[in-house]
Design a protein around this ligand. Sequence first.
Ligand code: FE2
Ligand code: FE2
Length: 192
Amino acid sequence: MANKEREQFIASLKVKEDKSPYVKSAKGVIYPKYKVKNGIDGLAHIEHTTHIGSKIAINECDNEIHNIILGCLLHDIGRGHEAIGQTHGDAGGPIAKNILEEYFEKYDVDIDKLVYAIKNHDKGRVTTDRMIGSVWDADRLSLYRFKGREINRELLSTEAAKELLDYAKSYIERNMSDYYLDFEKDEGTEHE
Ligand SMILES: [Fe+2]
Ligand SMILES: [Fe+2]
């Protein structure tokens, strides 16, 4: 059962990447649960991270594309939920776990690994795990949203991300207007 759902899920993501209907429905579940929706670290950043993550996944480990896209969509879910002394990654781990168990278990996603990726995405680390590395790298390439920011290649875990540096920079530059959208009012937005 889970395998068939998973195969369909992955097949659609491979063809349509972040434009897959599965991604759209995942956003419909996940975006309303974000506390910080607007601004430079809000849902525009999640959109861009997910787009870049789907490109990394296709080149780096396409059989994990479903996990990578969900990792990108959920990675900052802890923003606004941090307890004292806690990072937003640490805060996001258990929230992401609940969402994955409730809505995405049928796709046979690797919940433990995703929770680990989300908890640790903000610690400035690299990894040899290609799925986790793809999520962390998609977020790192999204640093181009900060004007003048250069990306430290040493902190990229995947070869695919290193090859996508120029693409990510121009993609984000072309879509900077997304950071001014009001996601509080207008859930989910279509852009290039
Ligand atoms: Fe983050
Ligand atoms: Fe992020």
